[in-house]
Design a protein. Structure first.
Length: 161
């Protein structure tokens, strides 16, 4: 299923580790951009759903686009709705974008047979089946819960000061 919420779990963990140097909003936007090609391919009925967007080269290109459009869009949304936040730096936007796209292909490579994540370096998918789908989803959920707890604690502490 394109645009799965499970990818956001590791994003919450990256936010917990990266703090103000990681944009969760740009990360989320990168997840959506990564799945535009598979969504179009599903509608077209093509046999390969995860094409160029789910490769190292695709992740690099989509990460750059995500950072460039994600930073101004995220700043606008955060300011418009008066959401408390640290200043959104290019470092945070790039971290969110590129960690978002590269983690996306790593997670999808475990479960999608039609991927060649290492293209153009090599063909094939050595990650396919390296973990059961159930464990992959559990891992994403646990990372999301742990990351969310850490971020919530930090936010609560910050508000008290």
């Amino acid at each position: 299923m394109p645009i799965t919420p499970f990818h956001l779990g590791p994003g919450a963990a990256f936010k917990a580790v990266g703090g103000r140097h990681f944009s969760f909003m740009v990360f989320g936007g990168a997840q959506v951009l990564m799945d535009i090609e598979p969504l179009v391919r599903i509608f077209l009925g093509t046999p390969i759903i995860h094409g160029y967007s789910h490769t190292l080269l695709g992740a690099l290109v989509i990460g750059a686009i995500s950072a460039l459009i994600g930073k101004p869009i995220s700043q606008f949304v955060l300011t418009r709705y008066a959401i408390p936040h640290y200043p959104l730096t290019w470092l945070a936007a790039c971290a969110g974008a590129f960690i978002g796209t590269f983690s996306h292909i790593a997670l999808d490579a475990v479960m999608h047979f039609d991927m060649e994540p290492w293209w153009p370096i090599s063909q094939g998918n050595l990650l396919l089946g390296s973990m059961s789908l159930q464990w992959l989803h559990v891992m994403c959920l646990v990372l999301g819960m742990l990351g969310g707890i850490v971020v919530a604690i930090r936010f609560a502490r910050h508000r008290r000061t």
